[in-house]
Ligand binder design. Structure first.
Ligand code: NAP
Length: 293
């Protein structure tokens, strides 16, 4: 039986998109500016195709200009670099996203580092990583931003909380830890070499799990009343041979103990595209010398 408040990521994401649509409309009417997002897809990866389609659809729905570049699997690194440069120089494009994974013959790091940091809506460019670390205005990776928005949807002021992030990847663990510091949390980052991880997690008022191991965090690791944000997306096989998605937290156990918890699916996942659009608006404002909306 679940006693935790279930944090509805779909609803929070829908609210964020509605808020963005209003801000985009204001930007158009007051300054004649329409933010533009370009998404580049190389190859035929079915999951990536679905992501790109959803990104394009939601970009248009909030009133932004959407451009999709679908390139053949055999596109050369030089041709992809040339496209990124062209988008860097295109004034109608404020945000550039190159969908990962890229085919093996292309150096992903080289491509991502070629994106103009001011248009880097994924927030992966070293310049943006550095800006986040020193507390400058920057474009912040989308999933970490979404995780913080969800935590703040149940507790608007996170000041002073003991926060434990499980995972130290560049795309989730490290940036989410930086954002928690910015929110005045006391932050611990746990990882595969952490000793006695259960007792580390048990201290936390706020847990952000980004491990990539199905149902890794058990109910008895959680302090009663804690906020639990589950970033994990893992597909596991059920006894009947079908598959289902689970997070990095054992939801059935955790939801008895936690104060609030994100489900998988329907928690952090839906926030990612909404935060990409938030970044596209922020990138536009930064490029035009306007304050954050
Ligand atoms: P990753 O790059 O594989 O990083 C996993 C992290 O977990 C590493 O830092 C690793 O530690 C740590 N870890 C592994 N085993 C551990 C253990 N036994 N105990 C403690 N820590 C352990 O994964 P990621 O890209 O950050 O993604 C994490 C999860 O989030 C995945 O399930 C992924 O699918 C999901 N995800 C979801 C979204 C979304 O939109 N919702 C977006 C991105 C990722 P070491 O550094 O010591 O190896």
């Amino acid at each position: 039986m679940s006693s935790a408040r279930i944090i509805d990521g779909k609803a929070v994401a829908a609210d964020l998109r509605a808020e963005l649509a209003k801000k985009v409309a204001d930007l158009k009417s007051q300054h004649g500016i329409q933010p533009g997002l370009a998404v580049v897809l190389v190859g035929e990866d079915p999951a990536s195709k679905v992501y790109v389609r959803n990104k394009g659809k939601q970009t248009v729905e909030v009133g932004m200009h959407s451009v999709e570049h679908k390139l053949d699997e055999n596109t050369s690194e030089a041709d992809l670099l040339a496209l990124v440069q062209q988008l860097n120089n295109d004034p109608a494009i404020n945000g550039i996203l190159v969908q990962l994974p890229l085919p093996k013959h292309i150096n992903s790091e080289l491509i991502l580092n070629t994106i103009d940091p001011d248009k880097d809506v994924d927030g992966f460019h070293p310049t943006n990583v550095g800006r986040l670390a020193i507390g400058e205005r920057s474009l912040v990776p989308c999933t970490p931003t979404g995780s913080i928005i969800l935590a703040k949807s149940v507790q608007p002021d996170l000041t002073g909380l003991d926060a434990v992030v499980i995972g130290r990847s560049n795309i989730v663990g490290k940036p989410v830890a930086q954002l928690l510091l910015r929110e005045n949390c006391t932050v611990t980052i746990a990882h595969s070499r952490t000793r006695n991880i259960q007792s580390v997690v048990k201290r936390a008022d706020l847990i952000i799990a980004a491990v990539g191991i199905p149902e890794f965090v058990r109910g008895d690791w959680i302090k009663p009343g804690a906020i639990v944000i589950d970033v994990g997306i893992n597909r596991i096989e059920k006894p009947d041979g079908k598959t289902r998605l689970v997070g990095d937290v054992n939801f059935d156990e955790a939801s008895i103990v936690a104060g609030s918890i994100t489900p998988v699916p329907g928690g952090v996942g839906p926030m990612t595209i909404a935060c990409l659009l938030k970044n596209t608006l922020e990138a536009t404002l930064m490029q035009k010398g306007l304050p954050s909306a």
